[in-house]
Write a protein that binds this ligand. Structure first.
Ligand SMILES: [Zn+2]
Length: 289
C-alpha cells in the first residue's frame, strides 16, 4: 500500500513542481483548479500515435469503451472530461503506465504491497507498430491487499505508455481490463466518496466543500461545484493540491535566520496522555503519521 502511494505521488511530482511555483509567486488564491498538467505535456500537441488502436463501442471516441466508462464512473458521451485537451482514455492509460512503471517487482516488494509479477520465458514479442521487443512471458499487476490481480503482459505495458489499453504484439493481443486495473492501482473513481471529506458547516451553496466566503475570497463561482469540469468538486481538488504543495515545501527550524523562501516548520509538543515528546513533520501535509 505504502509503495503504491509512493508510486502515485511520484506520478504527480511534475504537477507539484508547477503548483509550488504558483504558490511562491503569489497568494493561495491564484492556485488554479487544473489537473493533468504533466499528462497534458506527455502527449505533445495531440500528435497521433499509431499505438493508439481503435476501441469498439466507444461513443465519444475517447479510447475508453462505453461499458468501461460506465464501470469506472466516467461519462460515455464526454471525450475529455477535464477539458485538458487530452482524450480520457489516452490520459488514463498514460497515468496507469506511469504508476505501473514505479511499482516494485514481486521479489523487491514488501509483504502485502502492490507489485508487478512477471515470469520470463524464452522468446521475445515484437510490437507491431514500432518493432520494439519485450519478453513474451506472462505478467500481472497484483494488489494482495484488495485481492485483485490483472493480466498485464509486457507488450501491454508498452502500449499503455503510448496511451492505449489495447495491445498488439506478434504473439499476444487484447485489451487490459481497465476497471480491474483501476481497482488494483487504487485509482479513485470520479464521485467515489472519501470519508475524510467532512461536510462544511458554513454556507456552501454549490456543495463543493468550499464555503461561500472562501469561494468569494478566491474568486470562485458560488454556484458551480466543479469549475474545471473534471468531476472532482472544487473544494476537494483545492485541498488535495494544497496538500501536495505543502508536502513539497522545505522544512526549516522556526525563526531560523537567513531563510527567505516559503517553508514549513514543526513544533515539539507534549501530548497530554504521553510521557514522551513527539514531532511528526509529515503530518503537516498529508495527515500521515
Ligand atoms: Zn511499439
Amino acid at each position: 500500500m505504502r509503495r503504491l502511494r509512493r508510486a502515485q505521488q511520484r506520478d504527480a511530482r511534475e504537477s507539484k513542481k508547477f503548483r509550488r511555483g504558483v504558490v511562491t509567486a503569489g497568494t493561495a488564491a491564484v492556485i488554479t483548479l487544473g489537473a493533468g498538467f504533466a499528462l497534458n505535456r506527455s502527449i505533445a500537441a495531440n500528435v497521433p500515435d499509431k499505438h493508439q488502436l481503435p476501441v469498439k463501442q466507444d461513443a465519444d471516441a475517447d479510447f475508453l469503451a462505453d461499458r468501461e466508462e460506465f464501470a469506472i464512473g466516467y461519462k460515455p458521451f464526454v471525450a475529455d472530461q477535464n477539458r485538458n485537451g487530452t482524450l480520457d482514455g489516452l490520459e488514463l492509460s498514460i497515468r496507469c503506465a506511469a504508476i505501473i512503471a514505479q511499482l516494485p517487482w514481486e521479489d523487491d516488494a514488501a509483504p502485502g504491497a502492490t507489485c508487478k509479477w512477471h515470469a520470463p520465458q524464452f522468446g521475445l514479442e515484437t510490437c507491431e507498430i514500432c518493432g520494439q521487443t519485450v519478453n513474451m512471458g506472462p505478467a500481472t499487476i497484483v494488489n494482495p491487499h484488495l485481492g485483485v490481480e490483472v493480466k498485464c503482459p509486457l507488450i501491454a505495458m508498452h502500449y499503455m505508455e503510448h496511451g492505449s489499453f489495447n495491445y498488439a504484439g506478434d504473439i499476444q493481443r487484447g485489451r487490459i481490463d481497465v476497471p480491474a486495473l483501476m481497482r488494483a492501482l487504487e485509482l479513485r473513481f470520479p464521485g467515489e466518496p472519501d470519508e475524510h471529506q467532512l461536510p462544511v458547516s458554513a454556507n456552501d451553496l454549490d456543495g463543493d466543500l468550499l464555503t461561500d466566503n472562501e469561494e468569494l475570497a478566491a474568486a470562485h463561482n458560488l454556484y458551480d461545484a466543479d469549475q474545471d469540469k473534471d468531476l472532482t468538486p472544487d473544494g476537494i481538488e483545492l485541498a488535495t493540491q494544497c496538500a501536495q504543495v505543502i508536502e513539497a515545501l522545505p522544512v526549516h527550524e522556526p525563526n531560523e535566520p537567513g531563510v527567505g523562501e516559503l517553508y514549513k516548520a514543526s513544533f515539539m509538543q507534549r501530548a497530554s496522555n504521553c510521557a514522551k515528546y513527539a514531532a511528526s513533520p509529515s503530518t503537516w501535509a498529508t495527515g500521515r503519521s
